[in-house]
Design a protein around this ligand. Structure first.
Ligand code: CMC
Length: 387
C-alpha cells in the first residue's frame, strides 16, 4: 500500500490509460472468453438464450440472477406490457426537442426526465427496484419510437397491448405489424445486445449508481456514454462501407486499398474477441433467414464476400466480424433507420445496465479512483494586469 496526495491508502499499480485490464467490479452477470468466442449471461451460453429464450426472459435472468418460473415470467411480461405508455407531459416535452437532434440525445433527455415523474427514491425497497426496472424496460422503446414519429411532425403511435415486446416496438416504429419472423429476429437481436460485461456505458452506469442516485439518472448516464462513436455506432458505418463497396466484384480491390491506407474495416476486430464474435454468427443466421423470406439483398452478398476476404487477410491478427458486422443489415431489413441503430442498442442494454445497478447497490461503495498528478506545485498567482 502507498498513499496518494490526499492521504488515501492505495494499492500501488501503474496508471493504465482507459483503465485497460483493471478490474472495476466483481460481477456474476456475464462472462466473455475472447479466445474461445464464448459469451454467457449468468453462466448460460448466448447461443442457448438466442435460440430458446426471449429478450424479457433474458432481462429477468440478468437482473434477478436466475431464470423465472412460468408464472414469474408471465407476471413480469404483463407488468412491462402495462407500463408501455408514456405520460402526455413526457410526449409534450419530447415534442419540443429539435427534429434535427440525434435520437440518442432525445433518449438521454427523456430517460433522465422519467426521474422527474417518478421521483420517490427508495433504493432499499425491492418493490421500488422492480417498478423502476419495469418502467425503464417498458418506456424506453416507446420513447425511441415516439421521437422517430414526432421529428417528422406526426403523433407517436400508441403501443399495442396485443403484441409482444419486440413486435410492439417494430409496430410503433413502422406503423405496420411485423411478420412473426421479423418480430422473432428483432427479439433475438435485443437478447444479443442485452449485456456484455464492463464496457464504457456499463462502467458509467456503475459510477452513477454508486452515488445512490435514482435509476433513471443511471440509465441516462449510460445512454450518454453509449452515444459516442467509439462505443455504440459502428453498425451504422458498416452500412455506409457496404454501400461504398457497391458490388461483390469490388470487395477485394476495396479491402486492398483500405488496408494500404492503414484504415480499419468497420464491424471487424474486437478488444476482447480474437475469433469471430459469437453474436456475429447468430446475427448472420438471422440475416440469412430474413433474406430467405423476402429475397436476398445485394449488400448481404457483399458482406459475405467481405467476411471471407477479411478472414484471409486479417485472420492471423485475430480480426473477425464483431456484433456490428451483420446487425445493421438486419436492422435495415426491419425498417429501422440507421440513426436509430444505437437507440435500439440502448433498448436492449437497459437490461444489462439495470442488472449492474442492482448488483452495485448490494455492495455499494462510491467510486473514488485516484490520479497521478502531473502538474506543478506552489505556482505564483500572477495578477491579471501582468498576464
Ligand atoms: N480493420 C483492419 N485492421 C484492424 C481492425 C480492423 N477493423 N481492427 C484492428 N486491426 C489491426 C490494427 O491495425 C492492428 O494492426 P497492427 O498490429 O499491424 O498495427 C491490430 O489489428 C491490433 O489493433 P488494435 O487497435 O490494437 O486493436 P484493438 O483491440 O484496440 O481494437 C477495435 C479493437 C474494435 C477498436 C478495432 O478492432 C476497430 O477499430 N474495429 C473497427 C470498429 C468496430 O467495428 N467497432 C465495434 C466494436 S464491437 C462493439 C462494441 O464493443 O462496442
Amino acid at each position: 500500500m502507498t498513499e496518494d496526495s490526499v492521504g488515501n491508502n492505495m494499492i500501488a499499480c501503474e496508471y493504465q490509460p482507459g483503465l485497460e485490464g483493471i478490474p472495476a467490479a466483481q460481477s456474476s452477470i456475464s462472462y466473455v472468453d475472447g479466445q474461445k468466442g464464448i459469451l454467457e449471461y449468468r453462466g448460460i451460453r448466448i447461443e442457448e438464450l438466442a435460440s430458446k429464450s426471449t429478450f424479457l426472459e433474458a432481462a429477468y435472468l440478468l437482473i434477478w440472477g436466475e431464470l423465472p418460473s412460468k408464472n414469474e415470467l408471465y407476471e413480469f411480461q404483463e407488468e412491462v406490457r402495462l407500463h408501455r405508455r408514456i405520460k402526455y407531459s413526457i410526449r409534450d416535452m419530447m415534442k419540443c426537442f429539435p427534429e434535427t437532434g440525434h435520437p440518442m440525445d432525445a433518449l438521454q433527455a427523456s430517460a433522465a426526465a422519467l426521474g422527474l415523474f417518478y421521483s420517490k427514491r427508495a433504493l432499499d425497497n425491492p418493490k421500488y427496484i422492480r417498478e423502476a426496472v419495469v418502467r425503464l424496460l417498458a418506456k424506453i422503446p416507446t420513447m425511441v419510437a415516439a421521437f422517430k414519429q414526432m421529428r417528422k411532425g406526426d403523433d407517436p403511435v400508441r403501443p399495442r397491448d396485443d403484441l409482444s415486446y419486440a413486435a410492439n416496438f417494430l409496430y410503433m416504429l413502422n406503423e405496420q405489424e411485423p411478420t412473426p419472423l421479423e418480430a422473432h429476429v428483432f427479439d433475438v437481436c435485443l437478447t444479443l445486445h442485452a449485456e456484455h460485461t464492463i464496457n464504457a456505458s456499463t462502467f458509467s452506469a456503475l459510477v452513477t449508481a454508486s452515488t445512490l442516485t435514482d435509476p433513471y439518472a443511471v440509465v441516462a448516464s449510460a445512454v450518454g456514454t453509449l452515444a459516442g462513436p467509439l462505443h455504440g455506432g459502428a453498425n451504422e458505418e458498416v452500412i455506409t462501407m457496404l454501400e461504398t463497396i457497391g458490388s461483390v466484384d469490388n470487395v477485394h480491390p476495396y479491402l486492398e486499398e483500405r488496408l494500404q491506407r492503414k484504415e480499419r474495416i468497420m464491424g471487424c476486430g474486437h478488444r476482447v474477441y480474437k475469433v469471430k464474435d459469437p453474436r456475429a454468427t447468430i446475427l448472420q443466421n438471422l440475416a440469412e433467414q430474413l433474406f430467405k423470406e423476402s429475397g436476398t439483398d445485394k449488400y448481404y452478398e457483399i458482406a459475405l464476400e467481405l467476411e471471407k476476404a477479411v478472414e484471409e487477410k486479417l485472420g492471423h491478427k485475430g480480426i473477425y466480424p464483431n456484433v456490428d458486422f451483420y446487425s445493421g443489415l438486419v436492422y435495415r431489413k426491419l425498417g429501422i433507420p440507421s440513426d436509430l441503430f444505437t437507440p435500439v442498442f440502448a433498448i436492449a442494454r437497459v437490461a444489462g445496465w439495470l442488472a449492474h445497478w442492482k448488483e452495485q447497490l448490494a455492495v455499494n461503495r462510491i467510486f473514488r479512483p485516484t490520479q497521478v498528478y502531473t502538474g506543478t506545485h506552489d505556482s505564483p498567482y500572477i495578477p491579471i494586469e501582468a498576464r
